[in-house]
Design a protein around this ligand. Structure first.
Ligand code: 13P
Length: 262
């Protein structure tokens, strides 16, 4: 069974002391749930101190980005190799990296490969812009992004990674996708993985929804077969809203189990 995964992407927010305070509050307000994995993705600057502060039974760490070369004259960059003992996951191909920093499909492919080479799990983000959605190109965009990013991988690798469907028009806009839209995209992504990498990879790869996720909408997405959790931006910056998402996911799980107790 795929475990639910909830990732908080803090983007370029929170300095070291603000991050430390948020971690402190989250540790007080999030319990250990065996069937939910919670991951925090702070800025690069904060990964090291957070790795010391974090209760590893509750949280894992993700980096928001890394460069695909292992070392060398690349001013300003941090490699996957350097993140090896710090981060369990690295977010790759986030739309902000694609659109603001000009990361193209081959670069994202190389980052996914570098992630596996260094024993870190990639969280690969895919998703269409508003224009592409309006032009009916969502599946084509997902196809092109997946085909390139996964091209050098084995089924064994794909089954362990995470893919996040993040429609660009839903990111930071409050315009959250409808569960039916996420269902169509997630089913397309899983179908692609099945066609190219086989049944086992398709059954095991975890696929998240991201884009204006708040506590109120999560049950709608959790009810969609094949949605395995969330990549949360804005709502992960506040301990009440992020803990609310995690705790409400646990309530949903209990409802599925037919058990309303704590
Ligand atoms: P918001 O939740 O702020 O829309 O951000 C989503 C996102 O980009 C997470 O990676």
């Amino acid at each position: 069974m795929r475990k639910i995964l909830i990732v908080g992407n803090w983007k370029m927010h929170l300095n070291a002391s603000q991050a430390s305070l948020l971690v402190h509050r989250l540790q007080e307000n999030v319990k250990i749930y065996r069937d939910i994995e919670v991951v925090l993705a702070p800025t690069m600057l904060t990964l090291q101190p957070m790795s010391v502060q974090l209760d590893r039974r509750k949280f894992r760490l993700a980096a928001q980005n890394a460069y695909f070369k292992d070392e060398g004259a690349y001013t300003g960059e941090v490699s996957f190799t350097m993140l090896r003992d710090l981060a369990h996951y690295v977010i790759v191909g986030h739309s902000e990296r694609r659109h603001i920093f000009g990361e193209d499909l081959p670069m994202i492919r190389d980052k996914v490969a570098a992630s596996f080479r260094n024993g870190i799990m990639p969280i690969l983000c895919v998703g269409e812009t508003k224009q592409e959605k309006d032009d009916g190109e969502t599946k084509q965009v997902l196809h092109d992004q997946l085909m390139t990013a996964l091209s050098n991988l084995t089924g064994d690798e794909v089954e362990r990674m995470v893919i996040a469907y993040e429609p660009v028009w839903a990111i930071g806009t409050g315009d959250v996708a409808k569960p039916a839209q996420a269902a169509a995209a997630v089913s397309y992504i899983r179908g692609y993985v099945k066609d190219v990498f086989g049944e086992k990879a398709a059954a095991d790869v975890r696929i998240l929804y991201g884009g204006s996720v708040v506590e109120d909408v999560i049950h709608g997405f959790l009810n969609v077969p094949g949605v395995d959790g969330f990549l949360v931006g804005g709502a992960s910056l506040n301990y009440q809203s992020f803990a609310g998402i995690v705790n409400s996911t646990r309530r949903w799980q209990r409802e599925q189990e037919g058990d309303n107790g704590e």
